[in-house]
Design a protein around this ligand. Structure first.
Ligand code: URA
Length: 253
């Protein structure tokens, strides 16, 4: 039996879905479990699921894959990319201490701040960015000028963009700031086209001066300061996976 990554056998079996730890202890005591071909009936026994062959009644035990899920409060001035030899600062430079090969899910423009998810879970990332799943993304948007009711209605209904009409958005007018001569809006979109919020606002005559993503599906920053990251909680991972029709599972977070 390998010494690396050893865990109690009943814990491994419980993670693999063979029931509660107590139920797994009974499986072990009754001689149903083999490690590297040998029946193990001692309850203190350990194994390394990455290197040992564990079987229950002759069937190999498969553990669910574990993935890493990181939420970054993206600050302005960093590029959303995994690798760009020309970019001075990318989001990857902010992930000190993260060993997994995570990548950003979708992108925020260099001057956009807020919630950015990074993961090595390819299936989840694919679904979160696929228009079919329509994952809502909420932005706090500051635009030049006074936004009137008609512009808000246009944004809600969908505006003509060069790559087609935008899908209806939820738009809340949160105030005009006379000193700055800007208006703030809270916009929720369900698509993820390139520079979509900026282009939508431009289409109704207002240039975006500040853009902050408050929410991505069920994820919010909570109190995470700009430039900092945290692992998602298991509850957040489950909510995210459920939002795109995937089962929840124990993650490495
Ligand atoms: N829409 C934009 O225009 N820019 C972003 O960074 C995100 C959404």
């Amino acid at each position: 039996m390998s010494e690396r990554g050893k865990q109690r056998l009943q814990k491994i079996l419980a993670r693999a879905g063979y029931g509660s730890r107590r139920a797994c202890e009974v499986l072990i005591l009754q001689g149903h479990v083999r490690v590297n071909g040998q029946v193990v009936t001692e309850l203190g026994s350990q194994a390394d699921p990455a290197h040992d062959t564990i079987e229950v009644d002759g069937i190999s035990v498969r553990l669910p894959q574990t993935h890493t899920y990181i939420l970054l409060h993206k600050p302005a001035g960093v590029v959303t990319t995994r690798h760009d030899p020309h970019a001075k600062r990318t989001v990857m430079h902010l992930l000190e201490g993260v060993e997994a090969a995570v990548f950003p899910v979708g992108r925020l423009d260099t001057d956009t701040t807020g919630v950015l998810l990074l993961t090595d879970d390819g299936e989840l990332a694919f679904r979160l960015t696929h228009p079919r799943y329509g994952v809502p993304k909420t932005y706090l948007v500051e635009v030049r000028g006074k936004v009137d009711e008609q512009a808000v209605r246009q944004l809600r209904d969908g505006v003509e963009l060069e790559d087609g009409v935008s899908a209806p958005a939820q738009v809340q007018h949160t105030g005009y700031h006379p000193q700055r001569q800007t208006t703030t809006l809270r916009m929720t979109i369900h698509e993820g086209r390139k520079r979509q919020v900026k282009r939508m606002c431009e289409a109704v005559g207002h240039r975006v001066v500040r853009l902050h993503r408050e929410r991505f599906g069920p994820l919010t920053l909570r109190n995470l300061p700009p430039g900092a990251w945290r692992h998602l909680t298991p509850r957040e991972v489950t909510a995210l996976r459920r939002a795109v029709g995937l089962a929840s599972y124990a993650c490495g977070c």
